[in-house]
Design a protein around this ligand. Structure first.
Ligand SMILES: [Zn+2]
Length: 183
C-alpha cells in the first residue's frame, strides 16, 4: 500500500524531474501502483477496512515522495455507462489551453492536504496535454474540458511543487472571475 505524503513534506514543494525514456519497468510499476491506489480509494468496501484512506481522483508522484513527472487520474465520468476517465502519464505537458477559465464550485481538495482550504481555484476550462502513456510507453495527446481538465491541471501543478491553495486569492477567496465556468 502506497503511503501518501502530507503538506509540509519537502517533496511536495520541489519541481520534479522528467522521467527517462523509454520508461523503465520500475517507473511503470510505480505508475501502476499509483493507479491501483486511486481505484481502491474509491472502493467503499476497501475504505471500510482502511478508514484512514481518503478518496481521490488524481495522484502525482511527489505525493508518494517521488520527484518524477508522473501522474494518474481516475474518475467516473458517466454513471450511466459506468465509464471512468483513466490516465497514467509520464512527462505530461500542457501544449494548448483555453482563455476561458473554470472552477469547482465546492473548491478543490487534495490527498496530501488534510486541512480544508476554502475558495475558488481558477484553471483553464480546456487543455490539451501531451505525455507518454505510462501503461503502453507510447506518446499520447489528450484533450479535456471541465472536470477532467481541472484534475489534470491540479496534478501537473504537483510536478512543479504547486498546491491548489496557492492559487486561491487570500484576500478574496470567492472572488468571481467574469466568464469563468462553474463545474
Ligand atoms: Zn493534489
Amino acid at each position: 500500500m502506497l503511503k501518501i505524503v502530507l503538506d509540509g513534506a519537502s517533496s511536495l514543494r520541489e519541481a520534479s524531474k522528467e522521467v527517462e525514456l523509454p520508461l523503465s519497468a520500475k517507473d511503470q510499476e510505480t505508475m501502476k501502483e499509483m493507479l491501483d491506489y486511486l481505484i481502491k480509494s474509491q472502493d467503499p468496501e476497501f475504505l471500510k477496512k482502511h478508514p484512514n484512506v481518503r478518496s481521490g481522483v488524481g495522484l502525482a508522484a511527489p505525493q508518494i515522495g517521488i520527484n518524477k513527472r508522473m501522474l494518474v487520474v481516475y474518475f467516473l465520468d458517466d454513471p450511466e455507462s459506468n465509464h471512468y476517465t483513466t490516465y497514467v502519464l509520464a512527462n505530461p505537458r500542457i501544449v494548448a489551453s483555453s482563455v476561458k477559465q473554470s472552477y469547482l464550485e465546492g473548491g478543490e481538495g487534495c490527498l496530501s492536504v488534510p486541512k480544508p482550504h476554502e475558495g475558488y481555484v481558477y484553471r483553464h476550462y480546456k487543455v490539451t496535454v501531451s505525455a507518454v502513456d505510462g501503461l503502453t510507453g507510447n506518446p499520447i495527446l489528450i484533450k479535456e474540458r471541465g472536470f477532467g481538465a481541472i484534475v489534470l491541471q491540479h496534478e501537473i501543478d504537483h510536478l512543479d511543487g504547486i498546491l491548489f491553495y496557492d492559487r486561491i486569492d487570500k484576500n478574496d477567496p470567492f472572488k468571481k472571475l467574469p466568464g469563468a465556468v462553474s463545474i
